[in-house]
Design a protein. Structure first.
Length: 217
């Protein structure tokens, strides 16, 4: 029987009003595989078990690419309906900081890369104070402060969640490797493309590459 967390998330997905089970992937499967978007950790959380496709010989859990793809579509539809300057994207992970900045610049959102100053979402006296309508976290664990503040002010949270993440306060989970340099670049590159296409149509020009989102080694 689904738990309350799963039921709440499925209600959010259903409220999108779209059939989100695509016949084909947004990009060739090889793009996902070569970037390692599907490669998880050896440890898994109970809430991420439903997204696991298999366990590799070395003990690493492999995520279901089709579910990742489906939820990227859902997230893009959702984000496209939010005023761009009211979307906050955060990452304290080193390899997530450039992808987050480029993603935010591309769709017109606001990014807090590197350190998230406590109180940014809850303390109007701070110079960094911001009132978003949605928070996008790169990792619910490392972005815990931002996540906690989003929960306290009652805004929805979209998050990239690896196999070991707890998803309790994430309203829309995108199962993905949120630690790999190329994996993060690929997910944010694709999300940016899909948000722009949701806003302006499927023929919207998009010249950015995965390399444009990739953090330096």
């Amino acid at each position: 029987m689904p738990d309350e967390e799963t039921l709440a998330e499925e209600r959010m997905i259903a409220s999108d009003g779209q059939d989100t089970a695509p016949g084909e992937l947004l990009v060739p499967e090889e793009t996902y595989l070569t970037s390692g978007v599907h490669i998880g950790t050896q440890q898994k959380s109970a809430s991420m078990r439903r997204f696991i496709h298999k366990i590799r010989f070395d003990g690493l859990h492999v995520l279901d690419i089709r579910e990742t793809d489906r939820r990227i579509r859902i997230a893009a539809k959702f984000l496209a309906r939010i005023p761009a300057d009211k979307i906050l994207v955060v990452s304290q992970r080193q390899y997530g900081q450039k992808p987050v900045r480029v993603f935010a610049q591309t769709i017109g959102a606001v990014s807090f890369a590197e350190r998230f100053v406590p109180g940014c979402l809850t303390n109007p006296n701070l110079a960094e104070y911001f009132e978003p309508k949605v928070l996008f976290v790169t990792d619910p664990a490392t972005d815990q402060q931002a996540l906690s503040e989003a929960v306290s002010i009652g805004i929805p949270v979209v998050g990239l969640c690896d196999v070991n993440n707890e998803t309790r306060n994430v309203d829309l989970v995108i199962p993905a490797n949120n630690k790999g340099r190329v994996a993060l670049a690929t997910v944010y590159w694709l999300l940016a493309r899909e948000v722009l296409r949701e806003r302006s149509g499927p023929e919207t020009p998009y010249s950015l590459t995965i390399e444009d989102f990739q953090a330096a080694l």
